[in-house]
Design a protein around this ligand. Structure first.
Ligand code: SF4
Length: 496
């Protein structure tokens, strides 16, 4: 059977990364002997406006990636239609995130879908609002939650021309009705197939680190998260299975080592990126054993993500011994009361400062993630964030990632924002992180966008320059020129 996978994606400046879920599904389809193709928009779509300069780190390659993109969105729709017509797949599989869903729909809308073609959607966006995704006239099936087991059964049923409507984790259209199967179809972590990266553009493998682009791969050890931040959809996913799927589970050490060794050799890797939500949440005994084997058998530098809560002397020693070069940490805001009460993230500023110091003392780079434009946030609260960012820079934190709050469908904060009428009517559910998600009485979308534009400058310049930066918030030509000069100046001095 001919199967076309579609990765509707805007590769961030400087690379994208191979999507783990999709690469596993490709492997499943190939193993079953199907004729598989991939349509990946990452390096095909021209996105000059994507991710305006929100931090200072850039390399020459970032710009090269930009200029190599080929088509405007409407041209890409035509290219996609031609490719589908030429290949003639029986099954077209889309995997989307909320910011990339619209692009997938543009591609789908441009198709002359034939009667015997089936379209299936999966990924996090379909998981959190399946009822909306399946309403599209050209969508036949939606995968809700984890897809590996459901997709595997689906292919068996489809190839055998058997009825596939009863497979758990799938919602299917049947004679005008929607069959909603339960969400409890998952594999034990050690049984999850490997990623198959062959069909992806090589550029997905490059990740810039300290001014160099290194061949690296995102890998997963665990699924789920024990925390319940109000701006994250993780909790919704936990709730959907009604307790039938453990909300945190992980692979065995042996399985991880075997899998990572395979990727290291076949892809000639120089680095790994553990994409687990909170790597250090893994049990201590597991971590110690993994660290020992990783060092002995893999021995490549790696990135990981962690909460400040899990960073302590013992964990940092483990990270250092096994070759961790960088940790990413979500701080989100500078005001700890707001972080605890509104974001449901009970981490104190003292814990964050201590984590940054400990990591820096051990030579591990630390990148922090912040957001602005959250429900109930004020300009003063945003300046608490700027102030805290300055503190973190002063103790060695690397250039930050600043994002506009994104009202992901179904997360607690989106529900609140909708109830309060805070959603920005001009918000585009697309690639942009510089478009304000909210427009509130105490903090307008225009003000949020002005602060996003100037955030990097506010966190770096001497404070006597604040009135100048404030003028730049308006985003006029002179303001943009001033910001460009400031950004260039600090870019050259940033920790690469
Ligand atoms: S720690 Fe990360 S993954 Fe876990 S709930 Fe918070 S934002 Fe979501």
């Amino acid at each position: 059977m001919k199967i076309l996978f579609v990765f509707s994606n805007y590769a961030p400046v400087g690379g994208g990364g191979i999507p783990i879920g999709l690469s596993i599904l490709i492997n499943i389809a190939k193993q079953k002997g199907h004729d598989v193709k991939l349509f990946d928009t990452s390096y095909k779509i021209r996105t000059e406006t994507y991710q305006q300069q929100t931090n200072f780190v850039k390399t020459k390659e970032h710009y090269n990636y930009n200029v190599e993109r080929e088509y405007l969105e409407n041209e890409l729709v035509r290219v996609f239609r031609d490719e589908v017509n030429k290949f003639g797949p029986k099954l077209i599989c889309f995997s989307t995130l909320t910011p990339t869903h619209e692009l997938a729909l543009s591609l789908l809308n441009g198709l002359d879908k034939s009667k015997d073609q089936l379209v299936i959607f999966g990924g996090i966006h379909s998981t959190v609002i399946p009822e909306e995704v399946i309403m599209h006239e050209k969508v036949d099936i939606v995968c809700v939650g984890e897809g590996e087991k459901a997709f595997s059964s689906f292919l068996v049923h489809l190839s055998g021309e058997k009825d596939y409507y009863g497979i758990n984790n799938l919602w299917c259209k049947k004679n005008g009705e929607i069959v909603k199967n339960s969400i409890d179809n998952f594999l034990e972590p050690d049984l999850i197939p490997y990623s198959d990266c062959d069909l992806f553009d090589e550029r997905h493998l490059y990740r810039s680190f300290k001014g160099k682009n290194m061949r690296s791969l995102r890998v997963e050890i665990s699924r789920g998260c024990v925390y319940k931040c109000s701006y994250c959809t993780n909790k919704n996913i936990q709730n959907m299975s009604k307790g039938k799927i453990p909300y945190f589970r992980y692979k065995s050490v042996d399985r991880c080592i075997e899998e990572f060794l395979f990727y290291k050799n076949i892809l000639n890797l120089e680095m790994f990126y553990f994409k687990d939500e909170v790597f250090l949440m893994l049990p201590k005994k597991w971590l110690r054993e993994f660290a020992k084997e990783y060092k002995a058998q893999i021995n490549l530098p790696f990135f990981c993500q962690s909460s400040a809560k899990d960073i302590n002397e013992e964990n940092v020693k483990i990270l250092k011994d096994m070759g961790c070069v960088a940790v990413a940490m979500g701080v989100e805001v500078g005001n700890e009361e707001f972080r605890k009460k509104v974001l449901n993230k009970p981490v104190s500023n003292a814990e964050i400062v201590s984590a940054v110091k400990l990591l820096r003392k051990n030579g591990i780079r630390i990148t922090t993630y912040f957001m602005i434009g959250l429900p109930y946030e004020t300009r003063e609260l945003i300046f608490d964030t700027i102030e805290f960012q300055r503190v973190l820079y002063s103790i060695g934190s690397s250039p930050t990632h600043i994002n506009s709050f994104y009202p992901f469908p179904g997360c607690d904060m989106e529900v609140i924002a909708k109830k309060e009428g805070f959603i920005n009517k001009n918000f585009e559910h697309n690639r942009s992180t510089t478009n304000a998600g909210l427009d509130m009485p105490q903090l307008s979308a225009v003000e949020i966008e002005g602060l996003l534009r100037t955030y990097a400058a506010y966190t770096r310049v001497d404070k006597w320059m604040y009135p100048i930066i404030e003028l730049c918030e308006a985003g006029d030509r002179t303001g943009v020129q001033i910001l460009n000069i400031i950004n260039e100046y600090y870019s050259e001095r940033a920790d690469q």
